[in-house]
Ligand binder design. Sequence first.
Ligand code: AHR
Ligand code: AHR
Length: 505
Amino acid sequence: MKQASVRVRLDRPRGRIHPYVYGQFIEHMGRCIYGGVFEPGSPLADERGFRRDVLEAMRGLRIPIMRYPGGCFSDEYHWRDGVGPREKRPHYPEQYWTRALRGLNRPHLAPLIGPPETNAFGTDEYLALCAELNIAPYLNVNHGSDTPEEAAEWVAYCNRRPDSPRKVAVVGVGNEVYGPWETGHRSGDEYGRHFLQYAEAIRRVDADVKLLAVGAQKVFAGFTEGMLKAAGPTMDYVSVHSFYPALAGMRKLRDDEADYWAVAAAPYALIRNVDEVFEVIDRVLGPDSPVRVSFDEWTLWCDWDECVATNYDLRAGLFFAGTFHRIHERAPRLEIAAIAQLVNMLGLIQTNDSGLFLTAGYLVNRLYVEETRPLALESTVESETFDSPIWPEAPDNVRAFLGEDLKGIPYLDASATVTEDGRELAVFLINRHLAEPLDVILAIEGALRSPQDRRLRLLSGDGPFARNDFEHPQRLRIEERPVAAEGNRLRVELPPHSVGALVLV
Ligand code: AHR
Ligand code: AHR
């Protein structure tokens, strides 16, 4: 059996992991909202129209913060369309995504990814959902086709109305403004000047709300730099988005070895966008700037046809886990993160008319949110490594977007977290090996109060492409295994392509 080891340093905290790193995102796109969280008239819905089964699944993710109403959708959304008596709200046969998919020459997907907008779900419904599940609302306001005043009125509607169900905690101004696909697409410099106007108008109605400005990875040459030079340190967060393999619609993910290795290694590629934004913040605002990063859209997104009902398999679960490790490593400067998205559309949860199932992405997210302790620790891993092309058979014209190949990726990946009083330790472990189990020795250095209970909570499966579906919703699930210990040394066997949380409490 292959050997690997982890050395955990209890005396070396790296930083505090903000609960917001386990955020979620819902957009008026595909069946994320309609037919996902919200389906009035369905026997599964409550009297407000919320799907009871989806609410329960959401509860399991202990969602700390949730971004709404988009994405690209938000840069064309007028919030007043979605408030007031439902029968008076305007119906639109098309929305941003209907046109976008036609523009991408995929007319068959236009009504699926951009369904008609009835506005039955709007601000009140969103805030009620957040209130019910104790979620901090993160509103993404329209910079594409609206004004700073309307955005400020929206924030006032949420935060100054006495009967508002929940106050908005974070307000993002626009989405992916750097991209030519975005309504309101601008240079960083121009957007930075707009941001100042939005910030002034919004802070006039609520001085406490946290503000977020759009940032971009390096390929969108100079956007973040231009934005920061124009707006200065006036924002609380700079956002960054990152999808693997970098551009949606590359091709279908294949159930073969090459795609397995690439996806298993992909968290190291995905996080490059985040590091590029840190680098610009350091350069323009200085390394001690209090401005934090919000990594508020990330996922595995290969294909347009499958994004409407993505079923994240076990391999994708490894990708989610590896990305959480990269996020932990960047604590506390990376303060918010959100998977794109929660239900159906690129969704962790998949629904149909009669029920739902939880994908491997959901199971990993739930394991991490349940077991992460507040302080990230330094740890050293010794493991054999592998290399993978950044994306197998990538066409030459997209190489600049994809970046460098992935070299020296360890089979074993670990992230250790601990409570402040040093009583509870959780070490997350990934075995990326396709076929071989790993015999892992874990050495804990420093004084851990002797644990009463030790267990390994494990997600593994018969094969790397194992997945749940409506017929087999329990094929993948988290199981518990005992752990052998000798003093401060523990030993666990990790099956191939598995994710585990070793918990000492
Ligand atoms: O998450 C789906 C879409 O992808 C969002 O609308 C957009 O912001 C991103 O490009
Ligand atoms: O056309 C939509 C855009 O294509 C998405 O917003 C972007 O992330 C994708 O590559």
